[in-house]
Design a protein around this ligand. Structure first.
Ligand SMILES: [Zn+2]
Length: 445
């Protein structure tokens, strides 16, 4: 019932968003849309179909067929017959409420949850206009991203489908402890509600508190990280029993677990504890690759984040000394690590860490993935079928099949021939609502 209401709201909104191209009738049926596709990649990993027609009804895909497909009378027609159509993309690692700039430490003290919600909505808009119709937000403070997620889901504002982890679970002084390096009296001492937890009981509590607040998944920081202002390296920081407690509690509550992990030991400990994905995976070795294959653990590579921090570390004053030192060790090796992992047969789900890099340039990651040896076709699979699987949304998004969500994007030419065209998405439909057409945003300011 809720789903139907949402679809109807979306279609009502089309009236304001979409300039009708229907021909021959004065009363087009706004519940039914026919999309003519020059080429259609209905199933990522397979061959595209020429001159396909997709019928959308109430925000969902009704049918997929060739040029002889019967178009229902009075359907609205969207003509993409000179374009390449594929499923909307998914980025499994973003931070919508964050934009890392040199003044971030001052903003941590100044900004309210309301400021962060507005920032998160702005970034959600940039992301969906770049062709990413679903994102997994892995680590954000307060209620900002939950509020944006719910506003989009209810149809009050437009944006990508958002899965949110709430606060990352981290030990005191760990990568996700936002109070690192601040004077004790400036910020409240963090608690498991803020994701900061030491010991098994506190880790269980931290997970339960994120789920209580509305988390769709759980993020943990198994190792140190680059942008936390602490000189504690990038190796394992949560103990094995803490990792297990987090994973067991999350899985008990039906939530997937994403683990931030750079250091070799920390990657292996997280995989053995049963996390569903390793984020970054910078210093993985052959044993880690083997373990990930045995456990079916996804790698979410975020090469663009490594490139970004490596670049910014050379700008005087951009990062603190502790952060710059870590950026110089992680940045140069992350792309090569990804190449080894994917050649070794590890499953890959697309992710950028947007917020570390700028929001809206997510598709640049595809170029870095193919540079490292992945085929363009496999890179597209990572951002569609694999990302949907990791997010627990297989069967709803990631392909263009009857019964799935009407999330499409279109490019001028085939991204299988030239992956860079995904950085210039011309058309975006999310849940049956046209958000971008002819390269122009149809979102209200
Ligand atoms: Zn991140």
């Amino acid at each position: 019932m809720k789903r139907m209401t949402y679809a109807c709201l979306n279609l009502v909104t089309i009236i304001g968003l979409w300039s009708s191209r229907a021909v021959g009738s004065s009363a087009p049926d706004r519940d039914v849309i026919a999309i003519r596709c020059g080429q259609l990649l209905a199933e990522p990993g397979q061959m595209p179909i020429n001159n396909a027609i997709v019928i959308v009804k109430l925000g969902q895909i009704e049918s997929v067929g060739d040029s002889t497909t019967q178009i229902p009378p009075n359907a609205q027609i969207i003509d993409l017959s000179d374009q390449f159509v594929l499923p909307g993309l998914t980025d499994c690692h973003v931070h919508l409420s964050m934009e890392f700039t040199p003044d971030i430490r001052m903003r941590t003290l100044q900004e309210s949850d309301a400021d962060r919600a507005i920032r998160a909505l702005e970034n959600a808009h940039k992301t969906v206009l770049a062709g990413f119709t679903t994102v997994r937000d892995v680590g954000s403070g307060g209620d900002a991203v939950f509020a944006v997620r719910d506003a989009i889901e209810s149809g009050r504002v437009h944006g990508p489908r958002i899965l949110s982890s709430g606060e990352a679970i981290t030990p005191t002084g760990g990568h996700g402890d936002d109070t690192n390096g601040f004077r004790d009296d400036l910020l409240p001492i963090p608690t498991p509600a803020n994701g900061v937890a030491d010991g098994v009981d506190a880790c269980r509590r931290a997970v339960r508190q994120q789920v209580k607040r509305g988390a769709d998944c759980i993020k943990l920081t198994a190792t140190g990280g680059v942008l936390s202002n602490i000189g504690a390296g990038t190796e394992q920081q949560l103990f094995d029993d803490e990792l297990r407690a987090i994973v067991e509690t999350a899985h008990l509550l039906g939530k997937r677990v994403a683990s931030h992990a750079h250091g070799t030991r920390g990657i292996k400990a997280a995989v053995r504890a049963g996390v569903d994905s390793i984020e970054h995976g910078t210093f993985l070795d052959d044993e880690a690759i083997q373990l990930m294959k045995e456990h079916g653990t996804y790698l979410v590579p975020t090469i663009i984040a490594g490139k970004t921090v490596e670049h910014n570390a050379e700008i005087p004053g951009y990062y603190s000394a502790a952060v710059a030192a870590k950026a110089r060790t992680v940045g140069p090796v992350i792309q090569e690590a990804f190449g080894r992992a994917q050649r070794g047969g590890v499953k890959v789900a697309f992710g950028t860490d947007a917020g570390v890099c700028a929001h809206g340039i997510n598709a640049k990651e595809f170029e870095y993935m193919t540079e490292a040896g992945m085929s363009a076709s496999d890179a597209i699979v990572s951002a569609t079928l694999h990302a949907a699987d990791l997010c627990g949304l297989a069967g709803r998004i990631g392909a263009i099949r009857p019964g799935m969500e009407a999330d499409f994007i279109a490019t001028r030419s085939s991204p299988i021939d030239d992956i860079a065209v995904l950085q210039d998405v011309r058309f975006v439909m999310r849940g049956g609502v046209v958000i971008k057409q002819d390269g122009e945003s149809l979102l209200r300011p």
